[in-house]
Design a protein around this ligand. Structure first.
Ligand code: HEM
Length: 222
């Protein structure tokens, strides 16, 4: 039923732009080699799927969340208790974040164990590292947003670790916090990073990552 509806909507575009054939040539008609049909070759794809889930639930959450010192906590409380299925939205975003970290790590472990980081895929390993750091930055910035005691003190501890970096630590922490202690400026910065800077970075790095996988093909069997 659904596929019939999609085909009916797509037909006029397909007739004019030959989309189905192009989609088949560039994406669908690429056989997966036997050795790559194992579950552990799916970890990268699962991480990507989780990112899509995070993007959708994140956009829905921003419709109610208020990034202000006075209202952040109450807006999150409102989402959980009064918005229809708000509790479910928050839970999916929360579990999705944790699962994404787990699957990025598992994917990295798979790439390491199958030695897929070696020539000619060294650059893709480096881009992978950028993806890992961006994913971790997502969890750090997202953790502060509920602005409750756990978020405040958890982020205080994380930022105090940055302060320990020799020479530049103090100024780096001041830039992150937007001052010398956690406050409105920190919340605004973390929110802006969480919903704009980091998603833009992740999409860019993913595009480069997938382009390289496409160009170089999946690595061979051990
Ligand atoms: C958001 C994070 C990431 C996503 C969504 C992602 C996604 C993917 C996907 C879909 C593939 C194709 C095959 C597969 O799934 O194994 C792949 C391949 C690859 N990834 Fe990632 N990845 C991420 C992070 C990383 C990290 C952290 C590293 C390592 C530091 C890494 C290194 C690589 C390499 C070297 C390949 C080529 C593997 C091969 O040819 O066998 N990726 N990635």
């Amino acid at each position: 039923m659904l596929s019939k509806v999609v085909r009916t909507i797509a037909r006029p575009f397909d007739e004019r732009f030959n989309l189905t054939n192009r989609l088949h040539e560039s994406l669908l008609d690429k056989p997966v080699p036997d050795h790559a049909r194992r579950y552990y070759f799916c970890f990268g794809g699962i991480a990507f799927f989780l990112f899509l889930t995070q993007a959708i639930t994140g956009v829905l959450l921003t419709m109610y969340y208020v990034p202000s010192q006075d209202q952040a906590y109450s807006s999150v409380f409102y989402i959980s208790n009064y918005v229809n299925y708000g509790w479910l939205l928050r839970s999916i975003h929360n579990w999705g974040a944790q699962l994404m970290v787990v699957f990025v790590m598992l994917h990295m472990l798979r790439v390491y164990i199958t030695a897929s980081y070696k020539h000619p895929r060294e650059f893709n390993w480096v881009v992978g590292m950028l993806l890992l750091m961006t994913t971790m930055a997502f969890t750090l910035t997202g953790y502060l947003l509920p602005w409750d005691q756990k978020a405040y003190w958890g982020s205080t501890v994380t930022i105090s670790l940055v302060e320990k970096v020799p020479f530049f630590g103090k100024s780096m922490a001041n830039i992150i916090m937007g001052g010398d202690k956690l406050g409105q400026a920190t919340l605004t910065r973390f929110f802006s990073a969480h919903i704009m800077v980091l998603p833009a970075g992740l999409v860019l790095f993913m595009a480069a990552h997938f382009w390289m996988v496409r160009k170089q093909g999946i690595s061979g069997p051990l």
